[in-house]
Design a binder for this molecule. Structure first.
Ligand SMILES: NC(=O)c1ccc[n+]([C@@H]2O[C@H](COP(=O)([O-])OP(=O)(O)OC[C@H]3O[C@@H](n4cnc5c(N)ncnc54)[C@H](OP(=O)(O)O)[C@@H]3O)[C@@H](O)[C@H]2O)c1
Length: 253
């Protein structure tokens, strides 16, 4: 069995790659950090392939697909992603558009192209990494939250289409709460709730994926958020999220 993992150089993606490797899977790993990719290739050995790619560039996304298309991929893990903190009028537009390209466009392209291949042979798995943020409005991390809403809604629609067709292709959406990775450093925030480990998140996500479950929500706090938000009026939820996000900022808003 062979998997393509995006964002495999760090955090959740790296742990998913390690968990798959322990299960005997062959891996194709992508990220921007070539040194880390080469280190992982050496560590996992035995046929591990790497492809350095900047996923905010659409051409690079297609290049990753072309690299994989004749390699009988059984599992696509769309994990690469990041967040940008700040009031919507003050965040950098180019940075934000790049984030949308990674979090939404790259995931969208790869999901469509691999789904077509998987459906032709009626087998394959897709694991899309969203966030518990995808259930909510996220003032101060507005476009990040919105991007993860997109990932959940897109994946959910595909799940339903596959279910109606009695397809053997499976799709799971991973919705973690805070996880102890490089994510917060990059977004320039700190945790306001105790994070879980990326190793735990990876194992949990793969367990749910191989059970054919749609949601993988890997902690009690995240589960409470995912369910609880349904019972809170939208304006109150946005106000609560604002307070939670403001408390996370390390150097003022
Ligand atoms: N950590 C959390 O609290 C948390 C919670 C919920 C959801 N998530 C989601 O989990 C996923 C993984 O994040 P993480 O927490 O593991 O963060 P991380 O440690 O910062 O890892 C992010 C990964 O994405 C890759 N990446 C980022 N920008 C990229 C780009 N432009 N082109 C190609 N690759 C890119 C990075 O590769 P390079 O460094 O090599 O570029 C890295 O491997 C993200 O989708 C994130 O939104 C995280």
């Amino acid at each position: 069995m062979k998997a393509l993992v995006t964002g495999a150089t760090s955090g959740i993606g790296r742990c998913i790659a390690e968990s798959l490797h322990k299960r005997g899977w062959k891996l194709i790993l992508t990220g921007r950090n070539e040194k880390v990719l080469k280190g992982l290739q050496k560590k996992f050995g035995g046929g591990t392939e790497i492809i350095k790619a900047e996923l905010s560039d659409r051409k690079e996304v297609f290049r990753v697909y072309e690299f994989c298309r004749d390699k009988n991929i059984d599992l696509l893990v769309n994990n690469a992603g990041y967040g940008i903190f700040g009031k919507f009028d003050s965040t950098d537009l180019d940075d934000e558009l790049s984030m949308i390209d990674v979090n939404i466009t790259a995931l969208h392209i790869l999901t469509k192209l691999f789904l077509r291949d998987f459906k032709k042979r009626d087998s394959g798995y897709i694991l899309n990494v969203a966030s518990v943020a995808g259930f909510m409005t996220g003032p101060l991390l507005s476009s990040y939250y919105a991007s993860k809403n997109y990932v959940i809604r897109l994946s959910s629609a595909i799940y339903e289409e596959l279910r109606r067709e009695h397809s053997n292709v499976k799709i799971t959406v991973l919705c973690p709460g805070p996880v102890n990775t490089n994510f917060n450093n990059r977004a320039g925030v700190s945790f306001s709730v105790k994070p879980v480990s990326p190793e735990y998140v990876a194992e949990y996500a793969l367990k749910r994926l191989f059970q054919g479950k749609f949601f993988a929500i890997p902690s009690l706090t995240a589960k409470l958020c995912a369910v609880g938000q349904r019972f809170v009026p939208e304006r109150l939820l946005a106000a609560l999220t604002y307070s939670v996000q403001k408390a996370k900022k390390t150097n003022g808003v």
